[in-house]
Design a protein around this ligand. Structure first.
Ligand code: CA
Length: 231
């Protein structure tokens, strides 16, 4: 298993509120929100809490519990420190085994699988207002891209005591590549371009750098974080 990661503040934001991490076969990306540095705090608490968990025999339920622990840790920190009130974060987690992967997410950070046949499959549905409207047929994908409320999430860690985590288990094959990313990538770079980059033979670190560079060159209006894992 090879992996590479890259995070960039972008061209507009004053702080990088994204966080990412990896432990053994677990990979996580979190995109924080909140005033001042609160977003950074929320996303790093999420990553640290999840990485601190026992993942040796993890399953979907165990991964969900870790994410709920992260939610409680963020709420507890916000309660202690009024400056951090209202902070929240997305989270996207991949746990990769020889023959299967478990994915879990809350919010609009995404996980993709790129197969050896060159197919790019999105494994996560955004928990966002525009994604809900697209699902209901009230908005097209193109309209969603420029929608003024495209950043509005319907689910995020740190917003309330009970949150719904979406999890799934899928079969994987040798040669598959997985991409975890914040919306700073997908807001700037279309899926066809992402697919073309992932088709490259370079190491995951190089591919991650290429994707982040594209997102920044195309506007960089948000923080951008990319984790690539090659199975
Ligand atoms: Ca973002």
């Amino acid at each position: 298993m090879l992996f590479g990661a890259k995070s960039d503040i972008g061209k507009v934001r004053e702080h990088n509120e994204d966080s990412f991490g990896c432990k053994d076969n677990l990979f996580v990306v979190a995109d924080g929100m909140g005033g001042h540095r609160a977003g950074e705090v929320a996303s790093s608490i999420a990553v640290e809490t999840i990485l601190a968990g026992d993942i040796s025999r993890i399953d979907e339920a165990g991964l969900e519990r870790l994410i709920l622990d992260a939610n409680h840790a963020i709420l507890a920190e916000a309660e202690q420190n009024p400056d951090l009130n209202g902070m929240g974060t997305t989270v996207a987690v991949l746990v990769l085994f020889p023959e299967k992967a478990i994915v879990a997410h809350v919010g609009d950070s995404r996980i993709y699988r790129y197969t050896v046949e060159g197919e790019l499959i999105r494994l996560t549905d955004d928990h966002s207002l525009v994604a809900e409207l697209v699902k209901r047929g009230e908005l097209t994908e193109t309209e969603a891209k420029d929608h003024p409320q495209r950043n509005m999430l319907t689910r995020a860690l740190g917003t309330k005591g009970t949150i719904e985590v979406e999890t799934m288990t899928l079969p994987v094959r040798p040669g598959d590549k997985f991409l975890l990313c914040s919306d700073g990538l997908t807001g700037m770079v279309d899926e066809d371009t992402i697919r073309q980059v992932l088709a490259g033979n370079d190491a995951p670190t190089v591919l991650a750098e290429q994707l982040v560079t594209l997102a920044v060159e195309r506007g960089g209006i948000d923080n951008v974080t990319v984790v690539i894992v090659e199975h």
